[in-house]
Design a protein around this ligand. Structure first.
Ligand code: TYD
Length: 395
């Protein structure tokens, strides 16, 4: 990316969601150098070499937002808030995945845009109005003609996946009513730095937004953040409520408060990122040590929840099938496949952690609460989870 100062090198990484079939195991996988940098002008933090969207978001996309109760509940709560506070007549979701958010609204009211046609189809089949398209100017113009303007746009964990943010917001500008509301939700850079979750960086996550960075881009397009909610989702996310500048809605103190927190932490200083990079290197060493100690003591480790984030961890720390016997996961599209790069088998979640397992690496650490609740028996019988954030440890 132009004008970026790189501060972290996460090595060669495969496409994070490219789970391998058995017959692909002997083929050479394409890998990409994953370097992270900060833009000296906008203060946006991004990966340095974004990969074409078509390679990552296509009809084989395995991610399903409906796989976690936490996400479903969060979408449901937001839908209640939207109806109560903003009373929109027409809603658009950018990156509607398998419909977990839009299913909370009447079918006549919502439109979903989802470029991964395999997941888009799931939502369409349920009777929702969805389009298998990438979010860009062409899509916005097409929608404007077919559907007219909308009152509210929601996008969770999608805008940070699109390289050309200027086009993203120009496209939003043409389809959103002047009094309309834009709600964006993505992992928080502040939380990522604080919790050392370097695995928020992978080839799909082109950006990890801070309020300060995002605001710098929004300004250019006459958008303003008027409220911000901090969420526990995905290890700490920010939900930004945005309006057009011509809309005179009051700006809540939450925006000022978050900015203060970010400034206090030094989010605009390169030294903050250099310190982060040092912590990440140390984290790799510590995690590897934990794994090796368990294996040398003749214990078996399995993985729980295989995530795009865990692709970064496993490949960066060089943790392969010699250390993790297999992963279990509830997502059908990942089962009976192998982890990208590290080729660890993935099996269907059997409904509990099997009796012979004492150590479990938590790939889906962002759903720790939900998973710990579900695996009460494993914890009761002395089973241990391995987690890498904020520092690698056995829980
Ligand atoms: P997620 O963190 O949403 O993915 P990413 O890093 O790719 O954005 O993925 C969580 C994965 O964990 C998903 O494949 C489903 C799985 N999972 C389980 O197997 N069991 C569970 O109880 C939960 C909550 C998730």
């Amino acid at each position: 990316m132009k004008n970026n100062i790189n501060f972290l090198d996460l090595g060669l990484q495969p496409l994070a969601n490219n789970y391998l079939k058995k017959n692909q195991l002997n083929r050479k996988e394409k890998k990409y150098r994953l370097k992270i940098g900060i833009n000296i002008g906008t203060k946006l933090v991004s990966i340095n070499q974004p990969i074409s969207s078509k390679l990552m978001f296509n009809n084989k996309y395995p991610y399903r937002s409906s796989m976690s109760k936490t996400m479903l509940k969060s979408f449901q709560n937001l839908a209640v808030l939207i109806n109560k506070k903003f009373k929109p007549k027409k809603i658009l979701e950018i990156g509607s995945n398998d419909g977990s958010f839009i299913k909370n609204f009447s079918k006549k009211k919502v439109i979903g845009i989802e470029p991964c046609s395999n997941v888009e189809k799931i939502t369409k089949k349920k009777g929702f109005n969805t389009y298998p398209l990438y979010w860009n100017l062409k899509t916005a113009k097409k929608l404007l003609i077919k559907e007219g303007k909308v009152d509210l746009i929601y996008s969770a964990n999608t805008i940070s996946h699109i390289e050309n943010l200027d086009e993203v917001f120009r496209s939003i500008d043409i389809i959103l009513n002047d009094n309309g509301i834009l709600i964006i939700e993505d992992p928080s850079l502040l939380e990522c730095l604080k919790k050392n979750t370097y695995d928020q960086f992978y080839n799909e996550h082109i950006y990890v937004f801070s309020l300060i960075g995002l605001e710098n881009v929004l300004k250019k397009h006459n958008f303003e953040i008027f409220h911000i909610q901090t969420l526990e989702i995905h290890g700490g996310s920010n939900r930004y409520f945005i309006k057009k500048r011509i809309n005179k809605k009051k700006i809540s103190s939450s925006v000022k408060d978050q900015k203060k927190k970010e400034m206090k932490y030094g989010i605009n200083k390169i030294s903050t990122y250099r310190k982060f990079a040092k912590r990440v290197k140390l984290s790799k060493k510590k995690l590897k040590k934990i794994f090796l100690k368990i294996i040398l003591n003749d214990n078996k480790i399995i993985g729980y929840g295989v995530t795009a984030k865990s692709t970064t961890i496993l490949n960066y720390c060089k943790i392969g099938n010699d250390l993790v016997s297999y992963f279990i996961d509830t997502t059908k599209a990942k089962q009976n496949k192998y982890t990208p790069g590290t080729k660890i088998p993935i099996f269907k979640y059997p409904g509990f952690i099997e009796k012979d397992i004492d150590f479990v690496f938590l790939g889906a650490w962002n759903f720790k609460k939900e998973i710990f609740k579900k695996e009460k028996n494993f914890i009761k019988r002395g089973g241990k989870f391995i987690i890498h954030t904020p520092t690698p440890k056995i829980l």
